[in-house]
Design a protein around this ligand. Sequence first.
Ligand SMILES: Cc1cc2nc3c(=O)[nH]c(=O)nc-3n(C[C@H](O)[C@H](O)[C@H](O)COP(=O)(O)OP(=O)(O)OC[C@H]3O[C@@H](n4cnc5c(N)ncnc54)[C@H](O)[C@@H]3O)c2cc1C
Length: 396
Amino acid sequence: MEKFDCLVIGGGMVGATTAVALADLGLKIALVDTHRPDSNLLDNPGDYDQQQDYNLRVSAVSLGSEQLLRSLRIWQQVQLWRVTPYRRLAVWEQGLSYAEFHCDQIKQSHLGHMVENHLIQAAAWLQIKARSNIKVFAPQKLSKIENREDGITATLGDITIESEILVGADGGNSMVRNLAKIGTSGWDYQHSAMLINVKTEQDQQDITWQHFVNGAPVAFLPLSGNRASLVWYDKPQTINELVNLSSSQLQQRIIEHFPKRLGNIEVIDKGAFPLIRRHANQYVKNRVVLVGDAAHSINPLAGQGVNMGFKDVHALQEVIAKAIGSGEHYADASVLRRYEKQRRNDNLLMMTTMDLIYRGFKQPAGPIKLLRNLGLFGAQRMGPIKDKVLAYACGL
Ligand SMILES: Cc1cc2nc3c(=O)[nH]c(=O)nc-3n(C[C@H](O)[C@H](O)[C@H](O)COP(=O)(O)OP(=O)(O)OC[C@H]3O[C@@H](n4cnc5c(N)ncnc54)[C@H](O)[C@@H]3O)c2cc1C
């Protein structure tokens, strides 16, 4: 039976980053995933072709997340592959109700970057490969855990692992959360999101925008070389119908549904995802700690999901580093609860704000429509408060 300081289940963007962050504190880490990421990127990172098609799954990575990834030497590799900075962010519904945020407001050169999820994950796995104190078990699946007050015993097929703590980073349908009997609250938004990669007629953009049409947003995320990712939120039946259209039919529907500023486009790729809100009732139970989507799945409206996960990683790394520095045992419940205290309320605030915005904009007419348009009109003129909101959204 092998013994580790920390067992991380799930090597997605958040889990792989957690493994690197805790390894940098000197802990001996085991990382488990049911899959290995793209082996071409891991075996031959220098052969990456920047002209290749974009992957559908892209994330708006905030400045705060960039700082964390840079400190772990993950960002430097992602940057060598492919990132697209955005400097402006706009939200509007109609006419004067337009709010635009600019990186100059917070004295930064950009607000964030659009990055393909698989590149962040692969760059984190390269850092895992570079550290001798991380052992990878993949492909392997967790089947059982014994979560005692004094330690963890985990079973992966016929392998048994002993660990001081177990970090559940295994996504929205977390098996760790279920095995640890941690309940959740949440609901299905009865909406789906369709991601559409397109080639745009216009030159490279530095703005990401959301336009609310008939109570649901459509969003534009700029990618490099006249590429962009569009997000269309709608009822699941409508999204199902759209996914099954031919590219030229979908193109026509996009031109009718998206604002005129989009210009002509060519559809390259498309896919749909259900929108679910889920929040774990606890982030810590005995020696089990939840991070990322295992702890919280949020409406992707403002592109905060993985950024919240990276904030979890940063907080966990800090809490454990301080405990080690002050001679406490990092796996003590009192230490791990400091992480939960820091992150759960902050995540709840972000999730609730996104829900209020989403539900507020779903009202097609009447006083709520007037109120939100006044809100956007006012937001554009809020001065220092607007700068503070922007800095918070950028994770600063
Ligand atoms: C349409 C859409 C758009 C989004 N856009 C944005 C955005 O712009 N910005 C943003 O910040 N966020 C965005 N998000 C959210 C973001 O994608 C997620 O928050 C993020 O992917 C979560 O990462 P994770 O590592 O926590 O989980 P996951 O990416 O789900 O990774 C979980 C990992 O665990 C592994 N695993 C699962 N079960 C097991 C098991 N039993 N044993 C071992 N391994 C296991 C999986 O193989 C996987 O590698 C969006 C989400 C959606 C749906």
